[in-house]
Write a protein that binds this ligand. Structure first.
Ligand SMILES: [Fe+2]
Length: 240
C-alpha cells in the first residue's frame, strides 16, 4: 500500500517530534503493509512555516535514518498546504511541493480548515486548475461545513478536485459522524485515495490495513486496492 499523506518527518510540524519517533513510525508503517510514503508536513503560515528547502533537507535526514535502521520503506516528500492567498505566489514561483502527477497535472495536497470551507476556496481552486495544478482536498470527511451539509462535498467535488479520505475516519477513530460521512463519500465514489494522515503511534498511527479491510468488505477488493495502492501509486509513480 502507498501512503500519500503522513507526518513522518522529524520536528517540523505536529507529527514526529524527533528522528527516533520518525523511525518508529516508519517501522510501524512498513510492518503494517505500507511500502511507499510521500511525507507531507504542514505548510501553514504562522503555525508551521515550512518551505521546500526545509522539507527536502529534513527528508534527507529521514531517508538516511531509514537506511541506517534497515527499514525498506521507500520515501519521497511533498506537503499538506493550508489554503491561503499566498498559494498563488507560491505557485508562480514554483514553490509548491507536489504529491505527484495525475493525468499529467501536478497534484497539490490542499488542506481546508476543519471548521469550514473559507470564502475564496472556489476561486483559488479555479485559479489553480487554470494553471494546470490539480488540488487534492485533504480529509473532506472531517470538515464541519461538509459534516453539517453533505451537499457541500458534492459542490466541492463538482469543482473538479480530488478527495483524500483518512484511514482512521473509515475505521471510526474520528467518531461516528465522520465515519458516516466517509462512507457517504465512498458510496458516491468521491474518494480518490485513502491515506493515513499519521502523526504518532498511538492516536493517529501510520496504518491503512484496517480501512483497506472495511472498504474491501463493503465494496470489494478491487476498490480497496484502487484507493490504497493503485491510485496513490499512479500519482506518485514519478518519485519511485
Ligand atoms: Fe495531515
Amino acid at each position: 500500500m502507498i501512503d500519500l499523506h503522513c507526518h513522518l518527518l522529524p520536528g517540523i510540524d505536529d507529527g514526529a517530534r524527533n528522528i527516533s519517533e520518525s523511525v518508529a513510525l516508519a517501522r510501524m508503517a512498513y510492518d503494517s503493509g505500507i511500502t511507499h510514503v510521500v511525507c507531507t508536513p504542514h505548510i501553514h503560515e504562522g503555525y508551521f512555516d515550512n518551505n521546500i528547502e526545509i522539507i527536502e533537507s529534513t527528508h534527507e535526514i529521514f531517508k538516511s535514518a531509514l537506511e541506517r535502521e534497515g527499514i525498506p520503506l521507500k520515501s519521497h516528500f511533498a506537503a499538506e498546504v493550508r489554503i491561503n492567498p499566498n498559494i498563488v505566489a507560491m505557485a508562480q514561483q514554483n514553490r509548491l511541493p507536489f504529491l505527484g502527477y495525475f493525468d499529467n497535472q501536478p497534484v497539490l495536497l490542499l488542506e481546508l480548515p476543519h471548521s469550514h470551507i473559507p470564502p475564496g476556496t472556489e476561486q483559488l481552486i479555479a485559479w489553480l486548475k487554470k494553471q494546470g495544478i490539480l488540488p487534492m482536498i485533504a480529509h473532506p470527511e472531517r470538515n464541519r461545513d461538509i459534516l453539517s451539509s453533505y451537499n457541500k462535498a458534492s459542490w466541492l467535488r463538482g469543482k473538479g478536485v480530488l478527495f483524500q479520505l483518512t484511514a482512521g475516519a473509515i475505521t471510526g477513530t474520528f467518531g461516528e459522524r465522520v465515519q458516516e460521512c466517509a462512507f457517504k463519500l465512498l458510496n458516491d465514489r468521491f474518494a480518490d485515495i485513502i491515506a493515513t494522515d499519521a502523526h504518532n503511534q498511538k492516536k493517529r498511527p501510520p496504518e491503512l490495513a484496517g480501512a483497506y479491510q472495511l472498504v474491501k468488505d463493503e465494496y470489494g477488493e478491487a476498490s480497496a486496492k484502487d484507493l490504497c495502492t493503485n491510485n496513490p501509486l499512479e500519482i506518485a509513480r514519478c518519485w519511485f
